[in-house]
Design a protein around this ligand. Structure first.
Ligand code: AMP
Ligand code: ZN
Length: 494
């Protein structure tokens, strides 16, 4: 079977095949680097990360480009407010964006900066003007002539019949249900960054940036263009209008949009106090792996309602997967293979693939791995897992992790980075007790902990309960949870 994806353009689920050979060329609208990224942004970026990981797993070569918008109204305003240059200002938040992406296991796309492509953007406008698709206004700005693109509205399914009236809009984000000639290029204003180009001085509009950069990096027609659902109109509609009216070719073949995330059932907003950056969550003591798991758990076209209960649940799920993996790697098994376990492993791989091929049904893929873990854990307890079953079970887990990327336990060091950042940013008071505990526990290596647990066991055997209790207290204080199970003492980090 092939991957089936919803295409906003056709408003249908379609089979996905690359336009040329075995290579997928895809573009996602990236962040405007004027602040730290919030969990809504990362919901969308994780959805695209899952997609590109699954395409690779399916055997495609993937060329994945994302833009960094490093010049826009908000950036210019904030840089002026902080008394720093636009470059200094954006460098800080771009670094944060890349660190945050790495923290939640996003494989970094090829990143391109708007400010690196200014001459190409001006050239693009020039060609539009030559074709009478764009025009210059008195102040030196350039606008796209909507009336020249009768298909305007085809992505957002808005019918603008008869409304293509030449009224103009120069803000980048507008959500009116009307067609407006939009700004391609903005004339310079005092104290604003501007560039001297073949069409005169000024700076590009946001929509133009994405058209030019995607075509520069991926060609005039490429496979897939992604973003959050808020970008369908006007941003993507405008990208299509600019690009297709110039090239006469279809711009992107597939349009992939992630549904907006809610927090505890409400739209995330600063005034409601339910606005969270990734770093806010880590400061509260939540692990990056739990955040990734939760953001990946709801298929991208369904509304993800982010809740703290859900986040705790995600932490438990990740823990179970990690425990299962270490149980398999550390266990002693009798020789041979069991037919049931072999079938279980191969069916799980098939089920995960079928789920992801079905418009990236991540919830079902997670469900499949958990059914495997449940059955295999039960088989473990009754000795039904044999030596030769370990590899296929681990391989199924590995396939899962190629997409979900939560098995490797590197939460401790990542949380330590956020902790250190909080110190340098003067946000020490936002560091929760939970985070402090976790940092403490991650100071101890696995080997240190094993050593202490051995010492605890020896003290118990020698009936020196005072000594064994002291070690236990020390470990608990360092955030290590110790459990007595039928396999002996097990430990995990908080
Ligand atoms: P921005 O930096 O605001 O341009 O947004 C970067 C990306 O995050 C875009 O693809 C947006 O569509 C997406 N985005 C913003 N808010 C949310 C949200 N609440 N849920 C999902 N995606 C979002
Ligand atoms: Zn864009």
């Amino acid at each position: 079977m092939a991957l089936r994806l919803y295409n906003t353009m056709s408003a249908r689920v379609e089979e996905f095949h690359p336009l040329v050979d075995n290579e997928v060329r895809m573009y996602a609208c990236g962040p405007t680097v004027y602040d730290y990224g919030h969990i809504g942004n990362f919901r969308t970026f994780i959805a695209v990360d899952l997609l590109q990981r699954f395409l690779r797993q399916s055997g495609y070569k993937v060329r994945y480009v994302m833009n960094i918008t490093d010049v826009d109204d908000k950036i210019i305003r904030n840089a002026a407010r902080d008394g720093v240059s636009v470059q200094q200002y954006t460098a800080k938040y771009e670094k944060a964006f890349r660190e945050d992406g790495a923290m939640i296991g996003i494989e970094e796309p090829v990143l391109v900066h708007a400010t690196e492509f200014i001459p190409q953007m001006a050239e693009f406008v020039l060609k539009l003007v030559e074709n009478d698709i764009a025009y210059r206004t008195e102040d030196g700005s350039y606008y796209f002539r909507i009336a020249k693109f009768p298909e305007y509205g085809k992505l957002s399914k808005k019918d603008f019949g008869g409304m293509l009236d030449g009224a103009r809009v120069d803000i980048d984000e507008y959500d009116k249900d009307s067609a407006r000639d939009f700004a391609l290029w903005k004339a310079p204003k005092p104290d604003e960054a501007s560039w001297d180009t073949v069409i005169g001085p000024g700076r590009p509009g946001w929509h133009l940036e994405c058209s030019v950069m995607s075509m520069q990096k991926l060609g005039e027609s490429f496979d897939l263009h992604a973003g959050g659902e808020d970008l369908i109109f006007p941003h993507h509609e405008n990208e299509i209008a600019q690009s297709e009216s110039l090239t006469g070719k279809p711009f992107a073949h597939f349009w992939f949009h992630a549904r907006f995330l809610l927090v505890e059932g409400e739209k995330m907003s600063k005034s409601l106090g339910n606005f969270f950056t990734l770093r806010d969550l880590v400061l509260k003591g939540h692990k990056p792996s739990s955040i990734r798991y939760l953001l990946a758990s709801v298929p991208y076209r369904n509304q993800l309602n982010f809740t703290f209960d859900g986040l705790k649940q995600a932490a438990v799920s990740v823990e179970r997967l990690r425990n299962f993996s270490s149980r398999l790697t550390a266990g002693n098994f009798s020789a041979g293979a069991s037919k049931e376990m072999q079938t279980l492993a191969s069916e799980t791989v098939d089920r995960m693939r079928a789920a992801l091929e079905d418009d990236l049904n991540t919830a079902q893929a997670q469900g499949a791995i958990f059914e495997m873990v449940r059955s295999a854990n039960a088989a473990f307890d009754t000795g039904e897992i044999k030596k030769d079953d370990v590899a296929p079970l681990l391989a199924a887990l590995g396939k899962f992790d190629e997409i979900f990327a939560v098995l490797n336990d590197d939460d401790g060091p990542k949380m330590k980075q956020v902790f250190d950042w909080a110190q340098t940013e003067g946000r020490d008071t936002d560091v929760s007790e939970n985070l402090r505990d976790t940092i403490q526990s991650s100071q101890l290596s696995d080997l240190d902990i094993e050593g202490k647990i051995d010492a605890m066991k020896r003290a118990r055997t020698a009936r020196d309960f005072k000594a064994s209790d002291a070690i236990r207290t020390e470990l608990t204080a360092a955030g290590i949870i110790i459990e007595q199970t039928k396999d002996g003492i097990r430990w995990r980090r908080k």
